[in-house]
Design a protein around this ligand. Structure first.
Ligand SMILES: Nc1ncnc2c1ncn2[C@@H]1O[C@H](COP(=O)(O)OP(=O)(O)OP(=O)(O)O)[C@@H](O)[C@H]1O
Ligand SMILES: O=C(O)c1ccc[n+]([C@@H]2O[C@H](COP(=O)([O-])O)[C@@H](O)[C@H]2O)c1
Length: 199
């Protein structure tokens, strides 16, 4: 590779994906379009330290692979699933930089997650590793007050009032999740009896 080649623009869609749903996929697709991304890497969390009662990483990883398989620009990384200990985005971004030294990274978050970012590990170092793109999400104000404006962008995306919490709850109550999650994910949930006892 010569120094004159443009850097690849790579989105990073981090999430617990328990399960992955169309809100995640639309967010990634819209950011890819608006920011001219060459690739979006979906990174299922390993051990999300701010959540409890999360499904096995392998289930969440496989559902993410199924959901993204048809999009040639979408890929899935195991860096968080395979790392021991709590999952921190600082480690995710360092690992992805090691794997893709020529990439410019764009970390994608929803409006709810960006307001929590000041609670994340080593937040001041995150700004050097990626540009952050916060997308709109129904029920959450899209605000980045207090965050460095040169490092964080806001993007309005088509509103999908879908959450993984609601999907799990629907499955546990015998309601369908067809069209909230990709068809293959509906079938995976059913085949592996996921979320049958979630409140
Ligand atoms: N419907 C949505 N629209 C826009 N962004 C979303 C949407 N759902 C999730 N996100 C964003 O995707 C990322 C990963 O979300 P996550 O996997 O925690 O899903 P979730 O639906 O928020 O899950 P849960 O209900 O279990 O908290 C977060 O940055 C979150 O803000
Ligand atoms: O780095 C942290 O301390 C940190 C704390 C909470 C969440 N995150 C990341 O934010 C992304 C969305 O997380 P979640 O829990 O909303 O699925 C995911 O990539 C997490 O690893 C990161």
């Amino acid at each position: 590779m010569t120094g004159s080649e443009p850097r690849r623009r790579v989105g990073v869609m981090g999430g617990t994906f328990d399960p992955i749903h169309h809100g995640h996929l639309v967010a990634a697709s819209e950011v890819a379009q608006s920011f001219g991304l060459d690739e979006v890497v979906f990174v299922p969390t390993g051990r999300p330290w701010q959540k409890s009662g999360v499904s096995l990483g392998e289930h969440r990883y496989l559902m993410t692979v199924i959901a993204t398989a048809s999009n040639p620009r979408f890929t899935v990384s195991r860096v968080d699933i395979d790392r021991d200990g709590p999952t921190y985005t600082i480690d995710t971004l360092r690992d992805l930089h090691r794997e893709r030294p020529n990439a410019e990274l764009f970390f994608i978050t929803g409006a709810d997650a960006i307001t929590q970012i000041i609670t994340w590990k080593d937040v001041q170092e995150l700004w050097d590793l990626a540009h952050f793109v916060a997308v709109s999400r129904p029920g959450h104000d899209l605000s980045i007050s207090g965050l460095p404006t040169q490092d964080v962008s806001l993007l309005e995306v088509p509103a999908l009032a879908i959450s993984s919490t609601d999907c799990r709850s629907r499955v546990s109550r015998g309601y369908p999740v067809w069209y909230l999650v990709p068809d293959g994910v509906v079938q995976y949930i059913s085949k592996h009896h996921l979320y049958r006892s979630v409140a």
